[in-house]
Design a protein around this ligand. Structure first.
Ligand SMILES: Nc1ncnc2c1ncn2[C@@H]1O[C@H](COP(=O)(O)OP(=O)(O)OP(=O)(O)O)[C@@H](O)[C@H]1O
Length: 651
């Protein structure tokens, strides 16, 4: 199984992107944004109140110039201080009401937008967990990370501010234009006509800005992937002195991000200037024409002051249009990117009518019935018509050259991948007929690369069985020779670092083993469980494992003769097929390829290999049997060459 830590960064960061599932264009983006409305639904009433508060505040603001008109044309023109005081108090009151409503709006706004973001993030995360391993093989984690973090923040900003101000500003614009037309029809229509260039500028800007924001958000994902891979593979990078090359690669990614960001900012700056220009030109026109009208006595001074004051109230809504459109485009892109993930259907799910089994009902007979498997991106299958039976309570070791498909075979048991041909049965039930939750409770798994999460030792151990009690955890730790966990600074409450890096490889492996055996699962699937242990610990764990394996059906991938000794029987996997099954000594005596793998002997060429039986074997047969291994190497991209054993001792 490919190592999960210390891996080299993928050669092309953008390879993790998946193109949008359906069509392209503004329509789809807006549709994707619209599909997120259900997250706003719980806050619909709150949102309506927000809008009412904001519109009332705007109305209070709009009333002020009209009151000023009365002041200028009334008390000021007639020089009546009494009337001035009354109208002044009214302006003050309107100002206070506006300020109070703006405060209330902002206060309530945060709650709904953050609540929406939290709910969407939780759904996205749950969906990521439901998606099959093959999805995560294809997607770079940085792309997922940027969707779960920055795209969601963009959406929150839009739903809390952008969308809100879009509605508010449009209403304000329309209300002001109506008031202006009522104050003076020709001048009001002049202001209304300025909406035409604004619309044209907006349309062009939206088109260009979308392309830039998609590039930016994708590039952010690529840069996140680079950072994440560097952090995970730091030791390898340092050991190989690859710092300068990595810095150069990161620098190129960061520079691309910078350039796209600058391009976006310049586009916004240019458009904002155009947005600024339109209302200011209109204002200039209104001032000139208004002054002429006042001089001709066709407009009062108060009406001109009110007109200009109202028109000034349009400046902010128009100026902010650039920002709102930019925010809207980013949000539509973010919605698009998030829907790309949410629209990917989980393929490994419970079948209709899937059944649950209790641990006590399971004997543990595991049968691979002509099982084939091909990775989605590979042309050739990794496993071909595998026939294998593991009897209840039996331990079967799987042996084979690097890259022949051992880990892949193991991953089919907990259905991390789905067989592409044949079936696997447990006590006669096709695994696909069992509920996934049931299956994963019945199967204890430890991978070759033991992954521990950045949580306490206890939480790591009880990952699959949160209800496990202290006695069960202790028993599992004893079995896995992992009692060292009690000596950690806070015992089992000690948080192990990210991926458990604060522990040694052997310690992590023993904890992973304890996690697998916790609760005595019906089936144990262990991928080279003793590979990182020193000889002394290996002997202790082996002894402990022997006890666990006594009453559990187990399938182990092993590379060393010492671990093979744990198994009742051994199956040899060659080029995706089971070619021999028998006891260790039987295979050693009769199968040269097996002997070569578990000793320092060179691997026999097909010509020198003895003749083999031509029918597939069942592991339940008691004598060693063989099947042809003549098919070409299947579905390998790396590590396909068989080697003469891996860290082996001579048997
Ligand atoms: N996620 C994947 N996508 C595509 N191909 C894969 C994937 N994982 C493994 N492979 C390929 O499948 C083949 C079998 O890999 P697998 O990890 O099962 O081999 P293995 O026998 O367990 O090797 P090892 O002993 O080195 O762990 C290899 O050629 C590998 O390159």
């Amino acid at each position: 199984m490919p190592a999960e830590r210390d891996r080299e960064p993928a050669p092309r960061a953008s390879a993790g992107r998946i193109p949008p599932a359906r069509g392209t264009g503004a329509g789809r983006r807006l549709a994707n944004l619209w599909r997120l409305r259900r997250y706003l639904r719980p806050y619909a009433v709150q949102f309506a109140w927000l809008l009412v508060a904001a519109l009332t505040a705007t109305a209070a603001g709009l009333a002020v110039p009209l009151v000023v008109q009365r002041v200028v044309d009334g008390p000021v023109a007639r020089q009546e201080p009494g009337g001035l005081l009354r109208l002044g108090a009214l302006v003050l009151l309107l100002g206070l009401v506006e300020a109070a409503l703006i405060f209330i709006r902002r206060w309530m706004q945060a709650e709904s937008s953050i609540g929406m973001e939290t709910a969407l993030r939780a759904d996205l995360y749950a969906h990521l967990l439901r998606l099959p391993t093959s999805f995560h093989d294809r997607w770079h984690s940085g792309q997922l990370l940027s969707r779960a973090v920055s795209d969601l923040s963009v959406l929150r900003r839009f739903l809390s501010f952008g969308l809100f101000f879009l509605v508010l500003n449009l209403v304000t614009y329309a209300a002001v234009v109506v008031l202006l037309v009522r104050l003076h029809r020709p001048l009001g229509l002049l202001v209304a006509a300025s909406a035409v260039p604004l619309f044209l500028i907006s349309r062009r800007f939206a088109r260009h800005y979308h392309a830039a924001s998609r590039r930016m958000q994708d590039q952010q994902g690529d840069v996140a992937t680079l950072v994440e891979e560097t952090a995970l593979g730091l030791r390898t990078m340092k050991a190989y002195g690859r710092g300068p090359q990595l810095s150069a690669r990161f620098g190129a990614g960061a520079r691309a991000l910078h350039d796209i960001g600058i391009g976006k900012a310049r586009l916004l700056a240019r458009t904002s200037a155009q947005f600024d220009l339109v209302p200011n030109l209109t204002l200039g026109g209104v001032l000139v024409a208004g002054t002429v009208l006042v001089a001709d006595g066709r407009l009062t001074v108060g009406a001109l002051v009110a007109f200009v004051s109202l028109q000034l109230m349009l400046i902010w809504p128009v100026q902010s249009l650039g920002w709102i459109i930019a925010n809207g485009q980013e949000a539509a892109t973010a919605a698009d990117r998030i829907q790309e993930v949410l629209d990917t259907r989980p393929t490994i799910v419970d079948a209709p009518g899937a059944i649950g089994l209790r641990r006590t009902e399971v004997r543990g007979r595991l049968v691979f019935d002509r099982v084939s498997f091909r990775y989605p991106q590979s042309a050739a299958p990794v496993l071909r018509e595998v026939e294998l039976t593991v009897e209840p309570g039996e331990t079967l070791a799987l042996v084979g050259a690097t890259g022949c498909g051992k880990s892949t075979l193991l991953s089919l048991v907990p259905r991390l991948h789905e067989v592409t041909g044949g079936r696997i049965t447990l006590d006669g039930h096709d695994l696909r007929e069992l509920r996934l939750a049931t299956l994963r409770r019945l199967v204890g798994v430890a991978f070759e690369e033991p992954t521990l999460f950045s949580m306490s030792v206890w939480e790591n151990l009880t990952l699959g069985r949160p209800e496990a009690d202290e006695a069960e955890v202790r028993a599992a730790l004893v079995l896995a020779q992992a009692e060292f966990a009690y000596d950690l600074p806070w015992g089992l409450a000690t948080r192990v670092g990210e991926q458990g890096l604060s522990l040694s490889g052997g310690q992590r492996q023993r904890l992973a083993l304890a996690r697998a055996v916790l609760g005595r699962p019906a089936l144990l699937v262990l991928d080279d469980p003793l590979s990182a242990l020193d000889v002394h610990t290996e002997a202790l764990v082996e002894r402990a494992l022997r006890r666990v394996l006594r009453d559990t059906t187990a399938l182990l991938v092993v590379h060393r003769p010492s671990t093979v000794a744990l198994a009742d029987r051994v199956a040899l996997l060659e080029r995706g097929r089971i070619t021999a099954v028998g006891t260790h000594s039987e295979l050693l005596a009769t199968v040269p390829a097996y002997r070569a793998l578990l000793s320092a002997e060179p691997t026999p060429t097909p010509a020198s290999a003895p003749t083999r039986a031509s029918t597939p074997v069942s592991a339940s047969t008691s004598t060693p049997t063989s099947v042809p291994a003549s098919t070409p190497t299947a579905g390998r991209s790396v590590g396909a060459t068989p080697t003469a054993g891996r860290g082996l001792v001579s048997s």
